[in-house]
Design a protein around this ligand. Structure first.
Ligand SMILES: Nc1ncnc2c1ncn2[C@@H]1O[C@H](COP(=O)(O)OP(=O)(O)OP(=O)(O)O)[C@@H](O)[C@H]1O
Ligand SMILES: [Mg+2]
Length: 571
């Protein structure tokens, strides 16, 4: 039911109830007042004629009494009833035809209380009559009852006109109530309707809507609050729109391809201009990402990321471009943000740099070999005072050759993406490596402990594995003056784990994270003396990464270091 109907019917019910109660009350009140006045009139009249009646009763002259009351000639019917209820005289009827009146309510009441009153239907006259009866006392003894009755047609008339008038007024009242109720309800409902329609407009996005309350009541306050609220929402929406706009501008002006995917529907919900430009699509939103990006590698990456719900950072190839792809998740709304950054120019630059280094290194090899040859020639007939100079030339030439070889080694590692694995006896490989370093170990009086079983087989790239082992043993030897070097080899959780542990000078904690950087050495003069270039561990790390493995280092200063590599047995 609508609020208007509710109000209307509630008001109307209250009005009607009030009118009906008023009607009944008035009717009853007027009626009883009139009856009271009539009864009083009968009582007075009875008192007047009582003396005349008593004299007839006293003498027992009922015929005389009958004549007397006939002679009174009044509109009031006068009846005298003796103690037995027998009618002894009656002004209107023949007393002989009248039945016993002892059972009449007014007579019974007069017998009990002295007077009796009744407003009832009379069977003898066929009308509703008003009766008044009182005891007639002769020498203080009840002799009979004088009853006065009165057919008051006025009462009925009065009642009739009263009820007619009141019904008329009631109908007029109801009509007025109907009209009043309608207007009152409307006046109540109007501001609420205005508020409802304003709220509807607001929810539809029209923030310009305002209310103009006319009366200063609670609805006025509500309307004011509504206006304040709308003002605030309006401002907020404008601010948010401005922020959204500027964010959109920023996103559109970045060169990276940025797009957002709803992970549930797999549809693109947002994409920047760079994205649309790159793909030549006006509006890619609301389309499935696999419809837009016809690139197997990228689509698979996105699908995997959706199912794993894990952020991904990867290099991918798109239309001869090398791109850095980052996938992030917006945990709250289940969307996925993808950023593609074209790193082809960067890669090109890197290639130019690498080519330059390789070319320069290659070019250096020939003059270095010549210098070596000439110094050896000179060595044959060098004067003792120039022997030291020649040795220095030879040492530096050697060092330069190592650097050039390491640089070329690193460059060749950067060019390959996978290793050529073959089944090999890794224990034998370690034995051979140990043999190569035998002379140097003996020269420094260091022990080499072999902590591995013979015949440990694995699928490995022999040359690259030797590169790792040789570099680690070379370091252990270079940076250990006394004690031992322990080589361990074990197969653990489908990984080949190799460890090279020494009792050397150790590595300071703050340098631990840097030792794998190219050309990083802790003690420059020591490295120079030992012929170190700072490239060995970079090569080791690179090879381990090519294997898809891991390298870790533990070291205690002045106690020793331990390098552990773990490479998966299966590629
Ligand atoms: N076993 C070790 N004990 C102590 N320090 C070490 C050890 N291994 C490496 N280092 C430190 O890490 C640095 C980097 O090692 P890296 O093998 O890369 O270079 P290098 O041995 O100096 O030269 P290169 O190996 O190129 O001939 C070394 O200069 C050395 O300071
Ligand atoms: Mg080294």
């Amino acid at each position: 039911m609508k609020l208007f109907s509710k109000l209307f019917w509630s008001f109307l019910t209250v009005f009607l109830l009030f009118a009906i109660i008023f009607y009944i009350f008035t009717y009853k009140n007027v009626n009883s007042n009139y009856l009271d006045a009539s009864r009083h009139y009968l009582e007075e009249y009875g008192n007047i004629i009582q003396a005349g009646i008593i004299s007839f009763v006293h003498s027992g002259d009922y015929e005389g009494l009958d004549r007397y009351i006939h002679g009174l000639n009044t509109q009031i019917r006068i009846t005298y009833i003796d103690l037995d209820g027998k009618v002894r005289a009656d002004s209107d009827k023949d007393k002989k035809t009248l039945e016993n009146h002892a059972d009449r309510p007014e007579i019974i009441s007069a017998w009990e209380n002295g007077t009796g009153f009744a407003w009832r239907f009379s069977t003898s006259v066929n009308h509703k009559m008003l009766y008044f009866a009182e005891r007639i006392m002769v020498e203080d003894v009840t002799a009979g009852f004088l009853r006065l009755s009165f057919y008051d047609y006025q009462i009925e008339e009065l009642q009739k006109s009263l009820s007619q008038d009141m019904t008329k007024y009631l109908i007029i009242g109801v009509m007025i109530s109907l009209i009043l109720t309608y207007f009152i309800s409307r006046s109540f409902i109007k501001p609420i309707q205005m508020l409802a329609s304003a709220t509807k407009k607001l929810s539809a996005g029209d923030f310009s809507v305002r209310l103009n309350p006319s009366s200063k009541d609670e609805l006025y306050d509500l309307s004011l609050s509504f206006n304040i609220m709308t003002d605030k929402i309006d401002k907020l929406v404008q601010e948010i729109s401005a922020q959204k706009e500027s964010l959109r501008n920023i996103i559109d002006n970045i060169n990276e391809l940025l797009w957002v995917i709803d992970t549930h529907t797999e549809k693109i919900t947002m994409a920047n201009k760079a994205f649309s430009r790159f793909l030549g699509i006006e509006d890619p939103t609301n389309k499935h990402f696999w419809e837009i990006f016809r690139n197997m590698e990228i689509n698979q990456l996105i699908k995997d990321a959706i199912s794993d719900r894990k952020a991904v950072i990867k290099e991918v190839n798109i239309r001869e471009h090398i791109c850095h792809m980052s996938i992030y998740f917006h945990q709250e709304n289940g969307s996925m943000i993808i950023l593609l950054h074209d790193i082809s120019p960067l890669r090109q630059l890197e290639k130019v740099k690498r080519d330059f280094v390789i070319n320069a290194s290659h070019e250096l090899r020939t003059p270095l070999a010549s210098i070596k040859g000439y110094t050896e020639l000179l060595k044959r007939n060098v004067s003792p005072e120039n022997e030291n100079i020649l040795e220095a030339i030879e040492r530096n030439n050697q060092r330069l050759t190592f650097i050039v070889n390491d640089i070329l080694s690193l460059a060749s590692l950067e060019d390959i993406s996978s290793l050529d694995r073959e089944k090999a006896n890794v224990s034998t490989l370690l034995d051979n490596a140990a043999n190569i370093f035998k002379t140097r170990l003996e020269a420094k009086n260091l022990k080499l402990k072999k902590n591995y079983l013979p015949n440990v087989y694995a699928l490995i790239d022999i040359f690259r594995f030797e590169q790792i082992v040789n570099n680690l043993i070379d370091n252990a030897l270079k940076y250990t003056s006394q004690g031992s070097i322990t080589l361990s080899l074990v197969i653990e959780n489908k990984n080949l784990v190799f460890e090279c542990k020494d009792t050397g000078i150790g590595i300071p904690e703050n340098s631990l994270s840097r030792i794998f950087e190219r050309f990083f050495v802790i003690n420059k003069s020591h490295s120079r003396k030992s012929g170190g270039t700072g490239l060995g561990l970079s090569i080791v790390k690179h090879v381990v990464q090519l294997y898809g493995g891991e390298i870790s280092v533990k070291s205690v200063l002045n106690s020793g270091s331990s390098f552990k590599i773990s490479i998966p047995l299966e590629p």
